[in-house]
Design a protein around this ligand. Structure first.
Ligand SMILES: O=C(O)c1ccccc1NCC(=O)[C@H](O)[C@H](O)COP(=O)(O)O
Length: 256
C-alpha cells in the first residue's frame, strides 16, 4: 500500500533532483543557535512552536498566516524554537518562510521538511535553519547516519523522529541526542499521546532529549507528556488555529 509518507518522499525526490540540476551552491558562514543547549539549561518544558499553513491530514489550517508575525508571537511568549514547514506541495510552506522567520527572531529555527539528500541540508544551513529533521520512517540506517553527520559538520542540531520501538532503537544506536516521538502515525494519520507514554516507559532513561510531537492541544496534555518524561513539545495545529496565540503558547510552557 502506498502511504502518504511514500507520496511525500516521491515528490521530494523530484524536488531534490531539480535542486541538483539547478546547480546552486549554498554558501554561508554562520554558527547555528543551539536548541539542545537551551533545553538542557531550561527549568520549563521546552516548546517548539510550528508555522504550519496546511497538512495532508487536515487540509488548509491557516493559509493566510504571516509567518513572521506568528513566529514573533511564539518567541515573545516563551517558545524555545520555531519550526517552519518548508514543504510546498503538501504543507504550502516555502524556504522564504524560513528565511524571513530567521531574520526576525533569535531563538533556534527548525527547518521542518522531508530530508533525503545533503543538498537540502546545505540549503537549510544557508537559509538560516538551526535544526534539521530526519524521519526514521523515511530513511534507512545508512541514509540517517550520512545525513546526520553532514548536519553535524555545520553544527546543526538534528531532531531524529521516531514513531515506534524499532525506530527508537535505530535512533539510540546512532546516538541521536534529540529524539522526537511523533504521536501521529505518518502512514495512517492516527494520532495518540499514548505513543509518547509507551515509548518513554521503555526508553525514558536513555541519554537523549525526548520531544513529544503532534496532537498536543492543552496544558493538561503538556503536563501528561512531562510526567511521561518528555523534555520538549512540538505543537503546530493548536497554535495555528488559536484565537489568542500568545495565551496558547504561554499555557503550554509548564514547569519541569
Ligand atoms: O501533519 C500531518 O498531517 C503530517 C502528515 C504527514 C507527514 C507529516 C505530517 N506532519 C508533520 C508534523 O510532524 C507535524 O506538523 C508536527 O508534529 C505538529 O503536529 P500538530 O501539532 O498535530 O499539528
Amino acid at each position: 500500500m502506498t502511504t502518504i509518507l511514500d507520496k511525500i518522499m516521491e515528490k521530494k525526490r523530484e524536488e531534490v533532483s531539480l535542486l541538483k540540476q539547478a546547480g546552486l551552491s549554498y554558501t554561508a558562514d554562520r554558527t547555528p543557535v543551539s536548541f539542545y543547549d537551551r533545553v538542557i539549561a531550561s527549568k520549563t518544558m521546552a516548546l517548539i512552536a510550528e508555522v504550519k499553513r496546511a497538512s495532508p491530514s487536515k487540509g488548509d489550517i491557516n493559509i493566510g498566516v504571516n509567518p513572521v508575525e506568528q513566529a514573533s508571537t511564539y518567541a515573545e511568549n516563551g517558545a524555545d524554537a520555531v519550526s517552519v514547514l518548508t514543504d510546498t506541495p503538501f504543507f504550502k510552506g516555502t524556504m522564504d518562510d524560513l528565511k524571513s522567520v530567521k531574520e526576525n527572531i533569535s531563538i533556534p529555527v527548525l527547518n521542518k521538511d522531508f530530508i533525503m539528500d545533503e543538498v537540502q541540508i546545505d540549503r537549510a544551513y544557508a537559509s538560516g535553519g538551526d535544526i534539521i529533521l530526519l524521519i526514521a520512517a523515511a530513511l534507512n540506517d545508512e541514509e540517517m547516519h550520512r545525513l546526520y553527520r553532514h548536519s553535524k559538520e555545520y553544527g546543526l542540531d538534528v531532531l531524529v523522529e521516531v514513531h515506534d520501538e524499532a525506530e527508537m532503537e535505530r535512533a539510540l544506536k546512532m546516538e541521536a541526542n534529540i529524539i522526537g516521538i511523533n504521536n501521529r502515525d505518518l502512514r495512517t494519520f492516527e494520532t495518540s499521546l499514548t505513543t509518547t507514554e509507551r515509548l518513554l516507559r521503555s526508553y525514558g532513561k536513555e541519554n537523549a532529549i525526548f520531544v513529544s510531537e503532534s496532537g498536543i492541544k492543552t496544558q493538561e496534555d503538556a503536563i501528561r507528556l512531562k510526567e511521561a518524561g518528555a523534555k520538549a513539545l512540538l505543537v503546530g495545529e493548536t497554535l495555528m488555529r488559536a484565537g489568542n496565540v500568545a495565551e496558547a503558547v504561554r499555557s503550554l510552557k509548564v514547569d519541569l
